[in-house]
Design a protein around this ligand. Sequence first.
Ligand code: 13P
Length: 244
Amino acid sequence: MPQLIAGNWKMHKLRAEAIALARDLRAGAGAGANLLVCPPFTALAAVADILAGSRIAVGGQDCHPATQGAHTGDISAPMLRDAGASHVILGHSERRQNHGETSEFVREKVVAAIAAGLTPIVCVGETADQRQGGAETETVGWQLSGSLPEGFAGIVAYEPVWAIGSGKTPTEDEVAAMHGFIRAELARQFGDAGRAVPILYGGSVKPANAKALLGLPEIGGALIGGASLIAADFLAIAGAALGG
Ligand code: 13P
């Protein structure tokens, strides 16, 4: 399977900026990796219109477990579908930290996303303190067993919290070890289906380190923040991915 190069635009880009970036990506995307961009909600439909019929899929950055209701400020999975999304990022560390999302709550969102026909990208990863304390695999193991529902068929992203936006990345050995651990956990939880789940790496992926990171074992692609905001950088990372 080709690797997936996914851009998480986070809380960046006004609509005109998002449209311009989507146009540049559409014009520059070559064959090879699968591509996905996750704009902010306000730009999602406009970006989906620009990218319709292209090689680049569109995703949301979060959704609520309910399909509709009295949930001020939230967005449902069917609304994301309606706006043109095929994927949704769930359980990102910025939501776990800034919005107090527990793994149990993330699991409810994953169920809702799958029910709406979206592919969930479920994020897991340890803090600096947890790694310093030697608790990184235990942390990620709990997040996986808590966040993934029975019969999970989606994508997992390993994003060490301390590597996000910091310019720091784990060593290649550390990434390979964690991805191997996640693969074993997925196989233990879900059997053969767990062996097919792509595992993305995220956290300070840049054009300069993309080839090395994407070449490691059990890497299904990358989830990119800062470098996904610049078309040339995102396309350079895509160019370093394995086309399958
Ligand atoms: P950076 O690539 O900016 O470190 O962000 C990673 C991330 O959080 C993607 O979801």
